[in-house]
Design a binder for this molecule. Structure first.
Ligand code: UDP
Ligand code: MG
Length: 312
């Protein structure tokens, strides 16, 4: 199998047939063996019937139906786990991505990249500012925090080498951080300008909540990529700084009491100083707990703390 197209979808009934027709035309023109893997993420609008019909007329189609709505990331991960093509292409099921861009994504992989990530240059005209502004902020923030600079983190339209797609372990809403996670594994990443179309049917599955959820996942990704094997380095450092500050301050306060005879009990500063000491101790303890968890995590799964590229 040369190509697998993975399409997570949730309540996209009316987009599926047009998408399938368009996609088939593009894939057939490539003249290779391909499969279209539709992952139905527990739709309740009859998407599954639409897929049954599509499947009955096209043997290149595979449909995987999840037992309940598990989120776009989970549906994508399921598709990756079941795709058998050497190259895996992911795209949305709502028809907003243009299948005609697929050959250009594939061309990037032929140039030697491991991941070709879509960059929706026309998105700005197509969408309202409530989506544009958060997305702009998210792209710069994620780029800065992860050190992997991309214009469009939100775009799920991507082509992967299969080994890369398989090796990604995605949780939460982490499909947005795929390039950062892939870079962590040493993947070479290219960005390819792709089209973007307004939705013709169905509704968006995300509201403003995604901002908060993305921020939380960003913290996780940043932490896991930088410090998951040395949590004491993060928490311990914070703990030592805060605790040290508190200890010093308490010391000064006590000195003032003893040497200058200043009243100690009625000074709010004492509360803060003691609080700093307590918090500092807690941070160090969390760091130590984290160290133990990191060992359990890596050792129980035989997961090394490095990624080998090749061996001679
Ligand atoms: N999706 C999914 N499970 C969910 C939410 C979304 O599989 O719980 C799919 C959805 O059907 C679509 C893709 O993820 O194919 C992107 O979702 P959407 O178009 O709503 O996001 P937007 O384009 O508005 O950012
Ligand atoms: Mg969409």
């Amino acid at each position: 199998m040369d190509y697998s197209v993975v399409i997570p979808l949730y309540n996209e009934r009316d987009s599926l047939a047009p998408l399938h027709a368009e996609l088939s035309r593009v894939m057939q023109r490539l003249g290779r063996v391909y499969e279209l893997v539709f992952v139905d993420d527990g739709s309740t609008d009859g998407s599954i019937e639409a897929l049954r019909q599509i499947k009955s007329a096209d043997k290149n189609v595979r449909v995987i139906s999840l037992a309940r709505n598990s989120g776009q990331t989970a549906a994508l991960a399921c598709g990756f786990a079941h795709a058998i093509g050497d190259v895996v292409i992911a795209m949305d099921g709502d028809g907003q991505n243009d299948p005609a861009d697929i050959p250009r994504l594939l061309a990037k992989l032929d140039e030697g990249y491991d991941l070709a990530s879509g960059w929706r240059t026309e998105r700005w005209q197509a969408e309202r500012y409530t989506r544009r502004l958060p997305s702009m902020a998210a792209n710069s923030l994620i780029s800065a925090m992860t050190g992997v600079k991309l214009h469009d983190y939100g775009c799920t339209f991507k082509a992967y080498r299969r080994e890369l797609a398989r090796s990604l372990q995605l949780y939460g809403e982490m499909h947005r951080f795929v390039p950062a996670i892939a870079a962590e594994k040493g993947a070479r990443i290219a960005e390819v300008e792709v089209g973007f179309r307004p939705r013709r049917a169905g509704t968006s599955k995300y509201g403003l909540w995604r901002i908060v959820r993305t921020l939380l996942d960003l913290i996780t990704v940043k932490f896991l990529s930088g410090y998951s094997t040395a949590p004491i380095q993060v928490f311990g450092l914070i703990g030592i700084v805060l605790g040290g500050l508190g200890g010093l301050w308490t010391f000064v306060l006590v000195l003032e009491k003893i040497l200058l005879g200043r009243e100690l009990g009625n000074r709010p500063a004492l509360l803060l100083a003691v609080l700093l000491v307590v918090v500092g101790v807690q941070f160090v303890s969390i760091g130590l707990l984290g160290e133990m968890l990191a060992r359990t995590y890596h050792e129980s799964q035989g997961k090394p703390i490095y990624v080998i590229k090749e061996e001679f």
